[in-house]
Design a protein around this ligand. Structure first.
Ligand code: HEM
Length: 196
């Protein structure tokens, strides 16, 4: 491409670098994608780690951080959903129809889990009789009563939903890496800022 560009092309209209031709998500969508990706992976790993710790004051502190991160995920997910509803993503990258359908279904399920996982955690905390005080400043309302049986059920639901999300995230990352490393179709660039 570059080799065939006329030598006399004006300086103000340089030939775009290949990466500039890729249709991309908006900068806000990218920022929310990577921020939430980091936060969700870290909060999941943290949750798995703290659940096996013996009862102690530092375990209680870790539980608080996990809950604050979960509420932050809920807020950022609300922002992300609102942004997504108001802004079309780029047209699908070229790929077989079944892969595009699988990608859409995975994304939709992830959006559902962005809300279901933290909400189940919040409800579990309320049912167990430990209201959430976000960053130690803002006490959140309890939307279920204190109830031991309900707490046990919600704990299982929170865990199950979180592991389902982890499975989907692994599939999502594997698919992104397959496109990038095997198909070499530059799909990852759609979620990356353009190089100048
Ligand atoms: C190393 C980690 C990750 C990579 C490489 C990655 C890569 C990508 C790419 C390339 C896209 C655009 C796909 C397309 O346009 O067809 C995308 C979209 C998306 N990703 Fe990820 N992702 C990662 C982690 C995550 C995590 C942890 C989550 C959620 C827990 C997530 C949720 C989503 C969602 C929901 C979309 C669809 C966005 C929309 O259309 O609104 N990603 N990701």
């Amino acid at each position: 491409m570059t080799a065939s560009a006329p030598a006399s092309a004006p300086e103000s209209t340089p030939e775009p670098a290949p990466s500039a031709a890729v249709p991309r998500y908006s900068p806000v969508a990218m920022a929310l994608h990577w921020l939430l990706a980091l936060l969700i992976i870290a909060t999941f790993a943290f949750g798995v780690y703290m659940a096996d710790l013996p009862f102690s004051p530092s375990r209680i502190k870790l539980y608080s951080w996990h809950k604050w991160a979960g509420v932050t995920i809920l807020l950022l997910s609300t922002l992300r959903l609102l942004w997504r509803l108001g802004h079309r993503p780029p047209a699908d990258a070229p790929m077989p129809a079944w892969q595009a359908r699988a990608a859409h279904a995975t994304h939709l399920l992830l959006y559902v889990l962005f809300f279901a996982v933290p909400l189940a955690g919040w409800a579990y905390s309320s049912a167990a009789g430990f209201p959430i005080v976000w960053f130690g400043v803002l006490q959140l309302p309890d939307f279920v009563p204190v109830d031991k049986t309900l707490a046990d059920t919600l704990k299982e639901a929170h865990k199950l939903l979180a592991f389902a999300m982890a499975g989907l995230v692994l599939m999502h990352i594997a698919a992104a890496l397959k496109h990038q490393l095997l198909d070499r179709d530059g799909l990852l660039l759609r979620m990356m800022p353009a190089r100048r």
